[in-house]
Design a protein around this ligand. Structure first.
Ligand SMILES: [Zn+2]
Length: 265
């Protein structure tokens, strides 16, 4: 007898019975093939006590087999649902991992952008610091122009500019650089020469005293000494030169030099 001829529908409600009979591997095998006609009735004898209402008839076997089939379907559905739940859980976990990875990536990108911005700001600050120039004497003015003529100068004309300054006035490095000369300079008296980072030089003469030594690194505005009238000077002031080299005779227009470095002279 095939399932097609069975009298009853599915009997999931009485699955307790089926569960008891599930131990019968032979029945399960028959049920899945749909052939129950050859089922031996005595096979259910052991189950009679638990299911006294079941008659040991062919129809009873069909009902039991049908119950078993329903149970197998039910179990298959349960397994399918469990598999779906497991798959959904795995997908949710994968999604959470993806979101976490994306959040981590964004956080790292943000941190990197912040680091880059800080580095750029630091570089810009350093560039500014290295390129900033200031006047050598605060609040002063040029009292003698560049190339001014006169018998005072060995070359016949002024190789720098003089800044008005009383004795003991602070003299600043006009820009960052390295001290290449600090000491007695003949007609210049006590003088300082700085090699700047752009390869140009500045010189400061007639100083009363120095506060730097050869090899020192200086920054723009740093004190290098105080003004005086040492050397060939008619009175206290600062003699200032801009040069293309460290030595006398390489002078260039100091006013144009300072202005080209943003100093208002
Ligand atoms: Zn001078």
């Amino acid at each position: 007898m095939a399932f097609g001829s069975r009298a009853a529908g599915k009997h999931r409600g009485s699955s307790r019975l089926s569960r008891k009979t599930a131990g019968y591997a032979g029945i399960a095998a028959l049920a899945t093939t749909g052939v129950v006609g050859t089922l031996a009735v005595p096979a259910f004898a052991a189950d009679k006590a638990a299911a006294p209402s079941m008659e040991d008839t062919g129809l009873g076997a069909v009902v039991v087999a049908d119950e078993l089939h329903s149970e197998i379907e039910y179990q298959a559905e349960s397994q399918q649902r469990a598999a779906e739940v497991t798959a959904a859980k795995a997908q949710a976990e994968a999604d959470a991992k993806t979101r976490a990875a994306e959040a981590k990536r964004l956080a790292e990108a943000k941190a990197k952008a912040e680091r880059d911005a800080a580095e750029r700001a630091a570089r810009e600050e350093e560039r500014k610091r290295l390129n900033t120039f200031v006047a050598p004497i605060d609040g002063s003015y040029v009292s003698t122009q560049y190339k001014a003529g006169g018998s005072m100068w060995s070359s016949g004309s002024h190789t720098g500019i003089d800044f008005h300054a009383g004795e003991g006035t602070t003299v600043h490095a006009v820009g960052a650089g390295t001290i290449v000369e600090a000491g007695w300079g003949g007609a210049y008296g006590n003088n300082v020469v700085i090699r700047h980072n752009d390869g140009t030089y500045t010189q400061y003469g007639h100083l009363l005293s120095l506060s730097v030594s050869v090899g020192d690194q200086v920054t723009a505005g740093q004190q290098i000494g105080i003004s005086g009238s040492t050397g060939n000077a008619s009175g206290p002031h600062l003699h200032f030169e801009a040069r293309t080299g460290a030595t006398y005779g390489t002078d260039i227009d100091p006013v144009a030099y300072l202005r080209s470095h943003g100093v208002n002279v």
